[in-house]
Design a protein around this ligand. Structure first.
Ligand SMILES: Nc1ncnc2c1ncn2[C@@H]1O[C@H](COP(=O)(O)OP(=O)(O)OP(=O)(O)O)[C@@H](O)[C@H]1O
Length: 305
């Protein structure tokens, strides 16, 4: 059964500079029980797509449904089945944590929800903050409350829009443990993140969005298999020859260059030597999702708007 269906979704914003196509003909079905990753660079359209799913924005054309319920024609049934953790921290500063969750339960017509609220507080490390006013909480703690708030009605479909942006390691671990457990119990998860190692660890399938279009849609394991299998990684203070620089990912002194096989690695090392580059701490590792992402985005350069 399909948990979330986007059919030919387009979104055009009218701006002073003319029409801007934030989404162009996006079609995507996410099945019940999937842990699905929606990836893409800043401005690719991820939040726009989620806002349409949440009923916060209207698609210019196309259809979106949640477990068969159209997000426009059948809004409250669709909304009831969705738990959305938004990117921005929005909360009412007058209530404490427990009150916030009770209010949200009331919004979904749930009266005796305290057992589940207690479980949420416990699982998200909020139990000792239950009576704290939201104003007094740190950013990371507020983020936990946002997650609890989204899950208060045990939604079968959980949508997380960059939930770990600016969040410490401990919360990430707590959050992912809890979300993975919910996914095991059958909840469908749709995640957007810029932390590709998180997506690689969690998602069974991913879509990559660029300039409002899906450029890759694949199972995670197929995507990683299809990538150039290895990466040559080293540190250096020397400048790379131009042809290698275009292939490399450089972070400070760390250089990473995709390679197809051992012969390719040998050629790269020879080219480095010829170019006067002295590599240190040389490693050969398997390609990861970040390598694939960079490759896909580079391939798409020049396309689109
Ligand atoms: N109300 C609006 N009017 C005009 N353009 C908009 C509006 N809202 C969003 N956009 C544009 O639509 C594009 C997609 O934005 P969106 O927030 O969906 O991207 P994103 O993939 O979520 O990016 P990020 O990773 O930075 O969160 C951006 O270029 C953005 O500037």
């Amino acid at each position: 059964m399909t948990a979330v269906s986007f059919q030919s979704v387009s979104k055009t914003y009218t701006t002073p500079k003319g029409d801007f196509h934030a989404l162009q003909n996006v079609s995507l079905d996410i099945e019940v029980g999937e842990f699905f990753g929606l990836l893409g660079p800043n401005g690719a359209g991820k939040t726009t797509l989620i806002s349409i799913l949440a009923g916060l924005a209207r698609a210019s054309s196309g259809r979106v449904s949640v477990l068969g319920h159209d997000v426009q024609g059948d809004f409250s049934a669709a909304r009831q089945r969705l738990g959305i953790v938004p990117q921005e921290l929005v909360f009412d500063p007058f209530f404490n944590v427990r009150e916030t969750l009770q209010l949200q339960s009331g919004y979904f017509g749930l009266k005796n929800n305290d057992a589940w609220i207690d479980e949420l507080l416990e699982s998200l490390g909020l139990a000792d903050k239950a009576t704290a006013n939201l104003r007094q909480l740190s950013g990371g703690m507020k983020r936990r409350v946002m997650v609890a708030q989204a899950l208060v009605h045990k939604p079968p479909v959980i949508v997380l829009d960059e939930p770990t942006a600016g969040v410490d390691v401990e919360l990430r671990q707590t959050l992912w443990q809890f979300i993975a457990q919910l996914n095991k119990q059958g909840h469908t998860v749709l995640l957007t993140t810029h932390y590709l190692e998180e997506a690689e660890a969690l998602c069974s399938r991913v879509a990559m969005l660029k300039r409002g279009q899906i450029v890759t849609l694949s199972r995670m394991d197929d995507l990683l298999k299809s990538a150039s299998s290895t990466v040559l990684q080293f540190k250096t203070d020397d400048a790379l020859p131009a042809d290698l620089a275009t292939r490399a990912r450089v972070t400070g002194r760390i250089v990473q260059i995709p390679a197809h096989d051992a012969a390719d690695v040998e050629q790269l090392l020879a080219a480095l030597r010829q170019g006067g580059v002295r590599p240190q701490e040389v490693e050969i590792r398997r390609a990861d999702l970040e390598d694939v992402f960079i490759h896909v985005m580079q391939q798409q350069q020049g396309g689109g708007q």
